[in-house]
Design a protein around this ligand. Sequence first.
Ligand SMILES: [Zn+2]
Length: 637
Amino acid sequence: MKNFFRLSMFTLAVSLVACSPVEDPSPVDTESMLSQNVQNDMASSSAIDVGKDYHSYANPDEVLVTHLNLDLTADFISKKLIGSVQVTVKRQQENADEVILDTRDLVIFSVTSQGNDVPFELKAADQNLGAALHIKMPKGSDTFTIYYETSPTASGAQWLTPAQTAGKKYPFLFTQAQAIHARSFIPLQDSPQVRVTYTATIRTPKELLAVMSASNDPGTERDGVYEFNMPQPIPSYLIALAIGDLHFKAMGERTGVYAEPALLESAAAEFEDTESMLVATENKYGPYGWDRYDLLILPPSFPFGGMENPRLSFITPTVIAGDKSLVSLIAHELAHSWSGNTVTNATWRDLWLNEGFTTYLTYRIMEMVYGEDRYNMEAVLGYQDLQAAINSLTPADQILAIDLRGRNPDDVFSNIPYEKGALFLREIEQKIGRDNFDKFLLSYFEHFSFKSITTDEFLAYLDVTLLSQYADKLDKKRINEWIFEPGIPEGAPVPESDAFVNVDKAREQWLAGKTSANMTQTQDWTVHQWLYFLNNMPELLNEKQLAELDAAFSLTVSKNNEIAHSWLMIAVKNQYKPAYERLYEYLTTIGRNKLVKPLYRELSKTPDGKAFAKKAFEQAKPGYHPLTISANEGYVE
Ligand SMILES: [Zn+2]
C-alpha cells in the first residue's frame, strides 16, 4: 500500500505523538497516550512469539482455509454485500474438530455442509480484532458454506452515492482489505500467513461492472453477473472488489486501465509507461507471475495513494497530474507484484519486508524508466520523509520489526517500514555492489515465491546467502541495528540530488531578499524541484512574501495535487487567506488521507482554523472513507 506518509519538513515539529492509523500521528489525548505507553511497556516485558499473528483469531495450525468461493450480491440500497462463501479447508491436525475464522460486523445467518446445518458460534467482538467465528468441522467433508451479510458501515467497504463519483450518475463500491479489513466483508482466516485461492460470482445492477483482484476479462459482457478466478494463492488482505460505471482502455499488451468514462483517457495517458515499468522490472527481478497487470482508478475519496491488489492495483485519481510527475505510485504498486504479493510478510510486525523492499524497487524502477536524476530527486524527498518520521515517532515505532501487540495493525503504516526499510537495502546494495545485490533480490523472490515469511526467516536467509558470501563487507551486528533498533544507524547512506542544489540556492537568495520571486529561474523545474522548494521553506513567512510567491508561481491555482498540498500547508501555517477558497475546495473534493490530514491538523491549532476545518469536514464527510473520517475527526471536535 502507498499511503499518505509524505510529511513535509514543516510538519516535523507538530507530530510529536505516538503514531496511529495509517501513517502519521492523529490527535491523541494524554490519557490514551499513557495507556498506550503502559501497553507498550507490558508488551516489551514479554518476548514476542515470532511468527504468531497477534491480529487474527484463526487457527490455521489446526485447520487451514485453502480456497474461498464467493457468491455475493451488491445491494446499493441497503449498502450491503449479501450472499455466501463456500470455504474449503485442509485439516492440519487429524483430530481438529473446529475451524476459527475472523469476522467484523458481519451478520451470520447459517453455516451448512452437504445440505446439513453446521453448528457455529460468533464470539464477542474486540475493538481491534472483530469477532471470532467458531465453526464445528463437518464430519467427512472439507467444505462448508457460510450465509452472511455485511454491515453498511463495514470498515473494509465504501459505498458511494452517484454524487460522490466522477460521472455523478451511478453509485460505486470499493473494498480496502489491508491490514485486517477483509474480515468486514468475508468471514475468513484474516492473516497474511494464510494464502487462499478464490473464485467469485458477483451480482450487481445491470449497468455496472464489477472487477476484482483476480482474472478480469476486459471484453466481458456488462450483464450484472460477473465471474472471477484467482488461481494463485494470496493472503486475505489482497482480496478486493470494486463496482461502478467502469470502462476499460488498454495501455499495453498486458496492461490497461479501468475507470469511470470521465477519467479513462487522462488516466490511460498519465500511466502509459506502465508496460515499460513492467518489462524493466521483469528484466531485473524475474518474470511477472500474475498474468495481466491493470489499474483501477477510484473516486477521489479513496483514502490511500494506491493498493497493490494483485492483477489490478487500486489507484487514487489525485496522481493524474497531466505530466507523469506522480507516477512513482504506479511503480510502487507494480513492484508489490514481487515484494508483498509474491513474497509476503507473515505478520504485520514484518510489514517492512513488503514495504521496504517495494520502496527500494520503486526507486530502481523509476531510475530504469525515467533516468538517474529522477531517481536521485525522489530518493532525497523520501529521505526527508524518513527524517520527519524519525522526528515525530516514539523510539519503539522507529523499529523496522515493530511490536504491535495490543495495537491496531493500521498503526504500522508510517514511513519507517517504507523509507527506513529501503535505506537499509540501499546500504547493502552500496556495500556489495548493485549487480550483486540485484542477483540476491532475484534469488530471494524466487526462493520465497508464494510464501509468507517473518523478519527472522529473512535474517536466516541473509545469513546463509549474503552474510557468508560477503563476510568482509557485511556485518550482522549492523544489520540487527537496522532492524531492531530505533533511528537511522550512523553512517547510513544519505541520498543527494544535483537538481536540488540550484533549488536550495534559489530559495536562500529569495529569502535573503537578494532576488525577487519572479526573477528566480524556475522555468525548467520539475514537480519534484517545486516540492523540494516549498517543503523546505522556513515555518513562518510574511504576508508580502506569500503574496509574492503566489503571484510569481500561481501556487494557489496549481493543478498538481502535491504542489497544491505543500503550498496550502504554508498558507495555513501563515494564515494566508487568499488561498483559503482553494483550501476549502481541496478539503471537500479529495479524501486521500495523506493530502488532507496534515491540513486538518494544522488548521486545528487556532480557533479560526478549527472553525474553518469543521465546516469543510462536515461538508466533506459523506464522501470520505471511514478511515479518513476516523483519522481526522479528532481535529474538528
Ligand atoms: Zn506499498
